[in-house]
Design a protein around this ligand. Structure first.
Ligand SMILES: CC(C)(COP(=O)(O)OP(=O)(O)OC[C@H]1O[C@@H](n2cnc3c(N)ncnc32)[C@H](O)[C@@H]1OP(=O)(O)O)[C@@H](O)C(=O)NCCC(=O)NCCS
Length: 313
C-alpha cells in the first residue's frame, strides 16, 4: 500500500475519492481540503482509503478517515486486520501532515459510526474523546397521537434577502453555546443558501404571533432531503428557537412542521444529528418518536509541530 499526501487531486483521483465516498455511503464527508490517500501498490493504484484534513475558520483541523467498504467487510470476516490497520496508518499520516502546519492548534479526529476500534485508534494517535454526535431517525409520517399533542403553529418558507438578518440573530442566539453553529455570518448563510440541495419549501420559519405586525421571526426549521440515500432521508438540518421563547412548545411544533413537509414530499424516514449532551433537543426528539441510529464521535489533540507529541489534556 502506498500512502501519499496531496493538496490537490488530479481528475482520476478526484473521481476515485468521489466513488469511494459513495460506496462508503458517507454522504457527510466532502472532499475539499488536504488529502492523505492510501493506494494499492498494484498497477491500477485503486484507492483503498483516505484521510481528509479540513481547516476550519477557528484555526482547528478536522480529520475524517474513509476506508473502502470491501476492505472493511474482509476485516469483519476476521480474514485480516487490514481495514483497522489502514485506518490507523492514515490517521497517523494525517496527524503528521497537520503537525507540519504548526503547533498548538486543535485537531479533531472524527469517527463515523464509532466503535471500540475507533476509540483505540484515536488513543494510539494521542487523541482523547471529545464529543458524541448521535444520529436519530423516526418513521414518517409521524404517529397520529404525536401530531394531536403538538400545538398548532403557522409557518412560512424563509424569504432570501428579507429574512436573512432576523434568521441570523435567532440562530446565533439559540446556538450561542454551540462550537460550529453559534457564530454564523451573513456570508456563511448566503454560501449555504446557494447549495444545490436547498429547497425553500423545506426551510420553514415562524413569526411571533404576539407581534402586532407578525413580522418578527422567533424560530425556524431548515430541512434537507438526501435523495441519494437508501432509504431517502429527510434531515432536520438546523432547528432553533429564540431563547426568549423556549419551553412553549415552539421547538416541537417547528420540528413537526419540518417533518410533515418532508413526509408530504414522499420521504418515509426523518433523520437528524444532535450532540448527545443537548438535553433539550434529545428530550424533544425522543418525545416525537426518534430513536438513536448510531453515534459519530470526535476526539481531540493539540498539534505539536513534530507529529509525535503528547495528547491534549
Ligand atoms: C431544542 C429547542 C429547539 C427546543 O425548543 P423549545 O421551543 O424550547 O421546545 P418545546 O417547548 O417545544 O419542548 C419540546 C419538548 O422538549 C422538552 N424540553 C424542552 N426543553 C427541555 C430541557 N431544557 N430539558 C429537558 N427537556 C426539555 C419539553 O419538555 C418538551 O416535551 P413535551 O413536548 O412532552 O412537553 C431549543 O431548546 C433550541 O432552540 N435550542 C438551541 C438550538 C438547538 O440546540 N437546536 C437543536 C440542535 S440538534
Amino acid at each position: 500500500m502506498d500512502v501519499v499526501a496531496l493538496s490537490e487531486l488530479d481528475p482520476a483521483r478526484r473521481e476515485a475519492v468521489t466513488t469511494l465516498l459513495r460506496r462508503a455511503d458517507d454522504g457527510g464527508t466532502r472532499h475539499e481540503g488536504r488529502l492523505v490517500l492510501a493506494e494499492h501498490a498494484s498497477s491500477d493504484k485503486a484507492l483503498a482509503g483516505f484521510a481528509l484534513l479540513t481547516h476550519a475558520r477557528d484555526g482547528s483541523t478536522a480529520i475524517h478517515v474513509v476506508i473502502d467498504p470491501a476492505l472493511r467487510m474482509r476485516n469483519a470476516g476476521g480474514e485480516e486486520g487490514g481495514a483497522s490497520r489502514l485506518a490507523s496508518e492514515l490517521t497517523s499520516a494525517a496527524v503528521t501532515v497537520a503537525d507540519e502546519d504548526g503547533t498548538g492548534r486543535p485537531l479533531h479526529l472524527w469517527a463515523m459510526q464509532a466503535g471500540p476500534a475507533d476509540d483505540q485508534r484515536a488513543e494510539d494517535n494521542g487523541f482523547v474523546p471529545e464529543r458524541d454526535v448521535i444520529q436519530m431517525r423516526v418513521p414518517l409520517p409521524l404517529a397520529e397521537d404525536v401530531l394531536r399533542a403538538t400545538r398548532p403553529l403557522a409557518t412560512r418558507p424563509f424569504v432570501p434577502g428579507k429574512d436573512d438578518e432576523a434568521w441570523l440573530r435567532v440562530n446565533n442566539r439559540a446556538f450561542a453555546e454551540h462550537p460550529e453553529q453559534g457564530s454564523w455570518t451573513l456570508e456563511q448563510l448566503h454560501e449555504r443558501l446557494a447549495a444545490d440541495w436547498v429547497d425553500l419549501d423545506g426551510f420553514l420559519v415562524a413569526d411571533d404571533p404576539d407581534d402586532p405586525e407578525g413580522k418578527s421571526l422567533i424560530g425556524f426549521c431548515w430541512t434537507k432531503i438526501h435523495r441519494n440515500r437508501d432509504p431517502v432521508l429527510g434531515e432536520i438540518y438546523v432547528i432553533g428557537v429564540d431563547p426568549a421563547h423556549h419551553g412553549g412548545g415552539l421547538g416541537r411544533a417547528l420540528t413537526v412542521a419540518g417533518l410533515n413537509s418532508m413526509a408530504d414530499r414522499g420521504v418515509h424516514v426523518g433523520m437528524l444529528y444532535t450532540d448527545d449532551s443537548n438535553e433539550a433537543a434529545v428530550a424533544l426528539y425522543g418525545r416525537l418518536g426518534f430513536t438513536v441510529d448510531h453515534v459519530d464521535r470526535s476526539y481531540r489533540r493539540i498539534s505539536t509541530g513534530t507529529g509525535t507529541g503528547p495528547p491534549a489534556s
